[in-house]
Ligand binder design. Structure first.
Ligand code: ZN
Length: 106
């Protein structure tokens, strides 16, 4: 493919995009006049947002189910740390999570 023709094509494309942009700007200006302030979206309220209702206090930072009483210690052999999640201590839980992520990345 000769370079000149490719560049010419690009130039045409750019020109058409530029003219499209001009038209769009005109339209935006028109719309702005109708609404008052140009290019501003109306503010949306925060109603209907999922999550905890305001004013509800949560004890601690724990999320999810509490570890079962049966498994107070890490499930890994030779590890006597306290259970953090899924029968694993914080160290081994992080390790497991990392492994899962690496698998997912592959
Ligand atoms: Zn552990």
């Amino acid at each position: 493919m000769p370079k000149g023709s490719a560049l010419g094509g690009l130039e045409k494309l750019l020109n058409s995009i530029a003219s499209d942009l001009k038209d769009l700007k005109k339209q935006v200006k028109k719309l702005g006049k109708k609404r008052g302030k140009p290019g501003r979206k109306p503010k949306r309220g925060r109603r209907g947002r999922p999550g905890r209702p305001k004013g509800v206090k949560v004890a601690g930072k724990r999320r999810g189910r509490k570890p079962s009483k049966k498994f107070k210690k890490c499930a890994k052999r030779g590890c006597s740390n306290k259970v953090y999640a899924k029968r694993l201590c914080a160290n081994h839980y992080q390790q497991m999570r990392r492994r899962v992520r690496q698998k997912a990345a592959k």
